[in-house]
Write a protein that binds this ligand. Structure first.
Ligand code: ADP
Ligand code: SR1
Ligand code: MG
Length: 420
């Protein structure tokens, strides 16, 4: 229900937010309509939005508001505030498919570009922060594989009818500004001179230039960009890096799908694995006498391997289970024997694997020579150490991006990381 006192868009501060909650029953009920011992805190450490945590003795919630620009850059980089609408839509859709891994949405206000949702209370922390601290999460691979398999399989044409699929594709086409943004910062800017690109200078000056002068790399990136812009395979999260995952030892929650649209499945799986690889390559910069991080690096590699393998197995299991379902991609009347179905599945997953490696490495490259970097690497205070971690990650990503089709399984990729 719209809040009548806020009939026009305005950015909220903590005081306005309390007024807003008072007039919004779906939010005020979460804190028992009790405003006496309320604590409100802005905690947004992401690149785009403002995020408030609201807690009292009865309950809690998070309120997230989009402003009409990119927070980390400022008003000079405008960005549609309607991204909040697509985030709310994706949270609801993905939440229905994988409720155990997506926070519940309590309230959405399109006029204010505002979402009220479950507060993922401590010990939940952002996965990226956990990886920087060297904390292992034994259930992470299994949870991420489940979330990705369910959200991606059930929104693809493997499960959906053409009409359902097209209707949904149409809805998310409206998220065009966010898609154009990703195309720009992932597939274009790192490969040319751009005012927003930066890197650890002067150490990586030559490396950044080499990216801009690598014709083979540019050809491969063109193919990935075309796939990103032109493939409507499933409803993807669109920004599934380790800053979009909140974890505890028992729980894994995926937040922040404001970049959601119908795109290539490998873009999500690749974002997750690519960010784990960045975490891996950053570990030498965090090693010290007390902890050489060797065991933790081994755990990251195991998690990369298990995430892909479990995702692969769950995705295929869903396909098998629903092979006679409504999906119109592989009609049972054509794929009518186990041999042909197996061949089709093998081909599909091999393509998806190579997409995953391609998108994952493109995401690594953008985080080293593009506009927005990652804390895993930025928090390494010794600049020369940081540059050496970055160079290894960059060189590995370039190699995988160009040679990804030679790899048949994730074990080979993990072995390549170890030998690199
Ligand atoms: P942005 O869109 O700006 O990237 P995020 O959705 O990533 O914003 O949120 C920014 C930060 O706010 C997260 O890193 C996390 O610390 C906190 N946060 C966001 N959503 C929640 C939530 N539901 N529960 C607890 N903390 C949250
Ligand atoms: C200015 S680029 C900001 C980045 O942060 C988000 O998480 C997206 O990855 C976006 O590209
Ligand atoms: Mg974020």
């Amino acid at each position: 229900m719209p809040n009548m006192a806020f009939s026009e868009y305005c950015p909220l501060d903590e005081k306005l937010l309390i007024d807003y909650i008072k007039g919004t029953p779906s939010l005020s009920s979460r804190i028992g309509n009790n405003f006496d011992d309320l604590v409100v805190k802005e905690v947004g450490d992401g690149n785009l939005n403002f995020v408030y945590v609201i807690v009292n003795s009865i309950g809690s919630m998070v309120v997230k508001q989009a402003l009409p620009y990119i927070r980390s850059i400022g008003e000079s980089w405008p960005m549609s505030k309607d991204r909040a609408y697509f985030e709310a839509l994706a949270l609801e859709k993905h939440g229905r498919l994988s409720p155990e891994h997506v926070p519940e949405v309590y309230h959405f206000d399109r006029t204010l570009s505002l979402i009220g949702m479950r507060y993922l209370e401590p010990p939940h922390i952002i996965l990226r922060k956990g990886l920087i601290a060297g904390i292992e999460y034994p259930l992470l691979a299994e949870h991420m594989a489940n979330y990705m398999a369910k959200t991606l399989f059930f929104t693809s044409l493997l499960f959906r009818t053409t009409s359902e699929h097209k209707r949904d594709v149409d809805k998310f086409c409206g998220n065009v500004e966010l898609c154009r943004h990703t195309a720009l910062v992932v597939f274009s800017d790192p490969y040319r001179v751009s005012q927003y690109n930066h890197w650890t200078a002067p150490y990586l000056d030559h490396d950044a230039k080499a990216v801009r002068e690598d014709n083979l790399l540019k050809l491969e990136v063109a193919g990935l960009k075309s796939k990103f812009c032109e493939t409507a395979q499933a409803l993807i999260h669109g920004d599934l890096h380790t800053g979009s995952v909140m974890v505890s030892q028992e729980s894994t929650q995926i937040i922040d799908p404001e970049f959601a649209f119908y795109g290539p499945i490998g873009f999500d799986v690749g974002a997750f694995l690519g960010n784990l690889m960045l975490a891996y390559f950053s570990q030498d910069g965090h090693a010290d006498q007390a902890n050489d991080r060797k065991a933790f690096k081994a755990w990251i590699l195991k998690t990369i391997e298990e995430s892909w393998n479990l995702f692969h197995d769950r995705f295929i299991a869903l396909w098998d289970e629903h092979r006679n379902g409504p999906g119109e991609a592989y009609l049972p009347s054509i794929y009518d024997n186990s041999e042909v179905l197996l061949l089709a599945q093998k081909r599909y997953m091999a393509d998806l694997f190579h997409d995953t490696l391609g998108f994952g490495s493109a995401k690594m490259i953008r985080r080293i020579v593009g506009v927005a970097h990652v804390e895993d690497i930025e928090s390494i205070s010794n600049v020369s150490k940081r540059a050496s971690c970055e160079r290894r990650a960059l060189d590995f990503a370039k190699m995988i991006l160009k040679e990804r089709r030679k790899y048949e399984g994730i074990t080979e990729v993990v072995a390549a990381i170890q030998q690199f």
